[in-house]
Design a protein around this ligand. Structure first.
Ligand code: AMP
Length: 192
């Protein structure tokens, strides 16, 4: 059962590849952005708290996100596999997730980093903004989200490299090409 996370900047294809990997490996795709947007749409307490951070391209507080994700994973039965998309995004989230994984003997097999040049990311997100209806797909907020990724999330590349599970994959080309690249690398791992 695959336990992986996608670690990449906004627009790199986490959502698309997350869906595909979840299908291929028969595990749930857990996307924090989607979970949070659902809360916002439903006007829950979590949604009301998260909304202003999301709209401005900032990260939602660690505690709120971490409990949301771990609850979601616990809710899958049996919770032995998953593809995480958009979590962890800070070192504190990564450390908390690792503690949880050790306690539950569910450590991750792979952190898949998708590499895409910044200007291509901006172009992809602006194009997506025309149809996504996402308020954070506007140029200023896109730039801020990329900055936050560079400052706060990209240090996780080293965190997972040091743990020996970083899988770096070129994220350009067709969706199929990227999926094939990831799959080749994941299939070479021992997914027990
Ligand atoms: P995404 O759909 O992954 O681009 O996430 C959209 C927004 O949700 C982000 O810009 C953040 O405001 C928030 N968000 C999603 N995942 C996290 C996370 N792990 N930690 C903090 N904020 C998050």
């Amino acid at each position: 059962m695959l336990r992986a996370l996608l670690l990449a900047p906004p627009g790199a294809g986490k959502g698309t590849q997350g869906d595909r990997l979840a299908d291929l490996y028969g595990v749930p795709h857990v996307a924090t952005g989607d979970l949070l947007r659902e809360h916002v749409a439903n006007g829950t307490k979590i949604g009301r708290e998260a909304e202003r951070f999301m709209t401005s391209g900032e990260l939602v507080p660690d505690d709120l996100v971490t409990s949301l994700v771990l609850e979601r994973i616990r809710g899958t039965s049996p919770p032995t596999g998953f593809v995480l998309d958009g979590f962890p995004r800070t070192l504190s989230q990564a450390e908390r997730a690792y503690e949880w994984a050790l306690e539950n003997q569910l450590t991750f097999h792979a952190a898949v980093a998708l590499e895409v040049p910044t200007e291509e990311l901006v172009g992809r997100l602006l194009a997506r903004g025309k149809t996504s209806g996402r308020v954070d797909d506007s140029e200023d907020t896109i730039r801020r989200r990329l900055e936050v990724y560079g400052d706060v999330t990209s240090p996780l590349l080293d965190f997972y490299k040091n743990r020996g599970i970083l899988v770096e994959v070129e994220g350009t080309g067709t969706v199929d090409e990227v999926t094939d690249r990831i799959r080749t690398r994941l299939d070479a791992l021992d997914l027990n």
